[in-house]
Structures are given as C-alpha cells and as structure tokens.
Design a protein around this ligand. Structure first.
Ligand SMILES: Cc1cc2nc3c(=O)[nH]c(=O)nc-3n(C[C@H](O)[C@H](O)[C@H](O)COP(=O)(O)O)c2cc1C
Length: 145
C-alpha cells in the first residue's frame, strides 16, 4: 500500500491548555484510526509541529481539514513525501509537549536554538521528529494534566 508522510508547523492564537490538547488528540486518534493515519503532534511555545503518515489521499484530506481549523494559524507545509515506512506506526497520534521536548534535543536540531525555528527549517524539523519519536515511550501519550 503506498504511504506518504506530511510535516507541517503552525502557530496557535493563544496558549493551548492540557484540556484543549486532550480534546484535539481524542478526535485526531478517533479519525486517524479509521483513516489509517499515524503520526506525532508536538506542542511547545504556542506552536504545533505535526507529522501525518498513511495512505496519500487520507493524509491530504486530513491536512485540508487541518487548514480550516481555527485553533491554529500560519500553517506551513514543511514536507510531503512518499515513503516505504512509517516513523510512528504504533501511534494513531503520539504527543510530545514541554515534558518531552527538552532544550537539548531542540538545540541540537533547530537552527535558531528554539522550537519556533522549526517552522522555517523543514530538514531540521524532520530530523527533530525522527529523533524525538523513538525517545518517547511507545503508545498514544496524553499531555500531562
Ligand atoms: C493541532 C491539531 C491537530 C489535529 N490533528 C488531527 C489529526 O491528526 N487527524 C484528524 O482527523 N484531525 C485532526 N485535527 C482536527 C481537525 O482539524 C478537524 O477538526 C477534525 O478532523 C474534524 O474535522 P471535521 O469536523 O471537518 O469532520 C487536529 C486539529 C488540530 C488543531
């Protein structure tokens, strides 16, 4: 089955609470399970960085819905490619927040040394999520309460 991976970055109009993150993840995981999508959602500094992977049409349709979602703005498509393997195949949507996104791993990859820098550095963003994924414990993590 053909697979695609999409990475985008976005900004939130205001800080997002754990409760709001839980709600986003609950809907995302429900839909993604049906659509064959896996991935990772990162949230820090009022920014999202998300990886969506799965059948190319399903990945695109999910991204089109995300583009219309007013909970974030300034959505920047960083990468879209066909791929043979999923990076996050046991997560309908994993989550990484302030507890997981450490200064060390951000500084290692971000050209500006902060999470914001990934929004304008596609290669750095991809390297960051690729390294971050395996460091997280397996499964659909929820944001810390
Ligand atoms: C940061 C963020 C990440 C999201 N991730 C997903 C996702 O992975 N899959 C998904 O189906 N919806 C995701 N959503 C929700 C979609 O934007 C949309 O609300 C949902 O798919 C329902 O769309 P519908 O009301 O048009 O059916 C996310 C929303 C936000 C703000």
């Amino acid at each position: 089955m053909p697979l695609a991976r999409l990475v985008y970055a976005s900004l939130t109009p205001a800080p997002v609470s754990s409760r709001d993150l839980m709600e986003i993840l609950e809907v995302a995981r429900f839909r993604n399970r049906k659509d064959g999508i896996t991935g990772l959602l990162c949230y820090a500094d009022r920014r999202f960085l998300q990886v969506l992977e799965g059948p190319p049409e399903a990945v695109c349709e999910t991204f089109y819905r995300l583009l219309r979602d007013s909970r974030h703005c300034e959505i920047r498509l960083l990468d879209f490619r066909h791929t043979a393997n999923r990076l996050f195949d046991d997560w309908t949507m994993g989550f990484a927040g302030v507890a997981e996104i450490t200064n060390d791993i951000v500084a290692k990859h971000s050209p500006s040394g902060d999470f914001v820098g990934f929004a304008s550095a596609p290669d750095a963003a991809l390297a960051f999520v690729t390294e971050l994924g395996p460091l997280l414990s397996s499964g659909d993590l929820a944001p810390a309460a």
